[in-house]
Write a protein that binds this ligand. Structure first.
Ligand code: HEM
Length: 138
């Protein structure tokens, strides 16, 4: 029969960080070791120093025996919720789409470059016409 595992956020687990209410997290699992603090052969201070954060390294570095690891499991109250890092939304453009866009890009560019000479020519023609009309009128 499947067992239901209680999930905790790292933030929630880290709030139980006193000698009366002491949780530690090791390898993604959450342990309530409040009742074990006074029994711990290594002293309660080392466990209290490892509460409120990930205590995997501290637990492993102490070189605990198999018995210690088995005992640890009896205090397990759940697991840490996996916090998935959101993947930023990517705009996927296929090679074909990129190629199809080339004429459009060229058109956009040429629009920019043609605008200046056409304006100059237009202004010259307009001014020339006005000049000629004025000259004829004289
Ligand atoms: C994560 C923080 C912990 C640290 C830094 C730590 C550190 C230590 C140290 C330094 C010792 C050796 C004491 C000595 O020989 O004088 C020890 C022994 C022991 N610890 Fe821890 N401990 C931690 C958590 C725990 C937990 C959560 C349990 C079980 C619930 C545990 C169970 C034991 C046991 C049974 C021993 C006796 C030696 C053995 O069987 O390995 N410890 N610990």
């Amino acid at each position: 029969m499947p067992t239901l595992t209680k999930l905790y956020t790292a933030e929630e687990a880290s709030q139980h960080n006193t000698s009366e209410d002491c949780w530690i997290t090791i390898d993604g699992k959450v342990y309530d070791v409040s009742s074990y603090l006074d029994e711990h052969p290594g002293g309660d201070d080392v466990i209290l120093a490892a509460t409120g954060k990930d205590a995997t390294d501290e637990f492993e570095d102490a070189g605990h025996s198999k018995t210690a690891r088995e005992l640890l499991e009896t205090f397990c109250i759940g697991e840490l919720e996996e916090t998935a890092t959101p993947i930023p939304e990517l705009k996927i453009i296929s090679k074909k789409q990129q190629l199809n866009n080339l004429p459009q890009k060229f058109f956009n560019l040429s629009k920019q470059f043609w605008f200046a000479p056409i304006t100059v020519v237009g202004l010259s023609v307009g001014l020339g016409y006005l000049y000629l009309r004025k000259k004829q009128a004289i």
